[in-house]
Design a protein around this ligand. Structure first.
Ligand code: CTP
Ligand code: CA
Length: 229
């Protein structure tokens, strides 16, 4: 958790963290999902609580123990996550979107289990777009001066894609994780780079998720201009 010099530096603040991965139901027994475990979001929640913040953790389909002193709000779908995040964000000093939110959901939910039919090919599953919670929060801050942080995983042209995504989303910070074989960060063992809207770039070398979490909160604490809620 919080290292030397960080103890209590988030006292009086309320932060909202989303974690895990949404599941979009197809029928009563099936869903479209992703492989996000929620560990990075849980590390962000635990470190913020250790540094004195009040923390609301909106957890999508995780199976991790509740971090000490954190209010956990379980959700399933992207639409449920949006409702829970926007509600908690009303009085928040910062919102960190670490969750993997499904970009699409099935256009129709089958009330009964979809069955095979003799010799017939399956019907395609039509998809519709989910709302972009990060872009929405960034454009329409529920609290003026509230800081908004996004996460992105990129496989190539990490910096260029990350910069473009930061601008497109309109958030204050974007944590870009380098994934896949094409290592373009230049430096040796960077695992992530935090891009700020003010042009700052902070590389974070490979290490525990708590280390990346503390770096994110350091950058948030430095940028808070509003008084605690
Ligand atoms: N995000 C969100 N709502 C969505 C999709 C994504 O709030 N419907 C947030 C994620 O929580 C993350 C950030 O947006 O913090 C970036 O997600 P990512 O999937 O990298 O961005 P996309 O704009 O969906 O781009 P891509 O087409 O690369 O998936
Ligand atoms: Ca996406």
């Amino acid at each position: 958790a919080g290292g030397t010099g960080r103890a209590g530096d988030m006292t009086g603040r309320h932060v909202v963290v989303s974690a895990g991965g949404t599941r979009e139901p197809i029928d009563p027994v099936r869903f479209l999902g992703n492989r996000s475990s929620g560990r990075q979001g849980y590390a962000l929640a635990a470190t913020a609580a250790a540094r004195g913040a009040r923390v609301t953790l909106v957890a999508a389909n995780t199976s991790l123990p509740d971090p000490a002193g954190v209010t956990v709000v379980p959700v399933g779908t992207a639409l449920q996550l949006r409702e829970a995040v926007l509600k908690a964000a009303a009085d928040a000093d910062a919102v960190v979107m670490a969750a993997a939110v499904a970009d699409f959901r099935p256009a129709r939910y089958a009330e009964g289990k979809i069955k095979k039919r003799n010799g017939e090919e399956p019907a395609p599953i039509a998809l519709v777009r989910n709302p972009d919670v990060l872009a929405e929060l960034s454009a329409d801050r529920p609290r003026p001066g509230q800081l908004v942080v996004g996460f992105a995983a990129e496989t190539d042209q990490v910096l260029a894609n990350g910069r473009a995504k930061l601008a497109r989303k309109g958030c204050d910070l974007l944590v870009v994780n380098e994934v896949g074989a094409d290592k373009t960060f230049g430096s040796t063992d960077n695992e992530a780079i935090v891009l700020a809207a003010d042009g700052t770039e902070v590389p974070v070398s490979h290490g525990p998720k708590e280390k990346l979490a503390d770096t994110v909160w350091d950058l948030v604490v430095q940028r808070w201009s509003l008084p605690p809620a």
